[in-house]
Ligand binder design. Structure first.
Ligand code: 5GP
Length: 187
């Protein structure tokens, strides 16, 4: 795999800015769910939301549970998602009667989160909300409610802090923009 410095067009959001915003999102969540604490369930959408979920949870002071689910989107190219969304790993928790907060890395076309919301609604949660670190509003194809939004970002392909480029560099503590002309795909 190529060194990321070779295709990093720019750092879009640096690590301190990410951490500061995540702490303030958690404060909002702490306030909003204060009177419902027993039933709060955070759901991490694997794999991209993992670092965000972990950092967010560290600032959530009310008692809560967590679970994970994995989704795959297929049928279109690497830099574009599609409406064909499939659950590849389902929740292990019964969400009926719980206040569910979906934690996502990025909402792009909106198909993934819209599909997950439709599916989870049928399981009768007490409430269902979305917390997304990033929002590429320009690319939206379906309307999705985002209750907690970290940052609105432009229509560029980003990586780092959970977001991958060919499954690499999810570990970086910042969000960078890929220069697609300089990036050489390993496969
Ligand atoms: P949507 O279904 O909203 O179009 O796409 C959501 C999913 O597409 C995200 O969870 C993420 O996996 C992927 N995605 C969308 N934009 C980007 C991006 O700029 N970088 C990376 N690494 N993944 C993205």
């Amino acid at each position: 795999m190529q060194a990321y410095q070779e295709f990093l067009a720019e750092t879009l959001i640096d690590a301190p800015t990410l951490q500061e915003r995540i702490a303030s999102l958690a404060e909002e969540i702490n306030r909003d769910y204060a009177d419902k604490h027993e039933d709060l369930l955070l759901i991490c959408i694997l794999r991209g939301a993992l670092p965000f979920m972990v950092d967010l949870m560290r600032h959530i002071t009310i008692p809560h549970q967590m679970d994970c689910m994995a989704i795959s989107s297929y049928g279109v190219g690497k830099f574009q998602s599609s409406g064909n969304v499939r659950v590849t790993y389902d929740l292990q928790t019964n969400i009926a009667g719980k206040h569910v907060l979906l934690v996502e890395d990025i909402v792009d076309s909106g198909h993934t989160i819209s599909h997950v919301l439709e599916m989870l609604k049928t399981r009768n949660p007490a409430s269902l909300r979305v917390c997304s670190l990033l929002d590429k509003e320009e690319r939206r194809e379906v309307v999705v409610p985002i209750h907690y939004r970290g940052f609105s970002i432009p229509n560029r392909y980003v990586f780092g802090y959970g977001l991958d480029i060919d499954e690499y560099y999810r570990n970086l503590p910042f969000i960078g923009v890929v220069d697609l002309e300089k990036y050489q795909s390993p496969g």
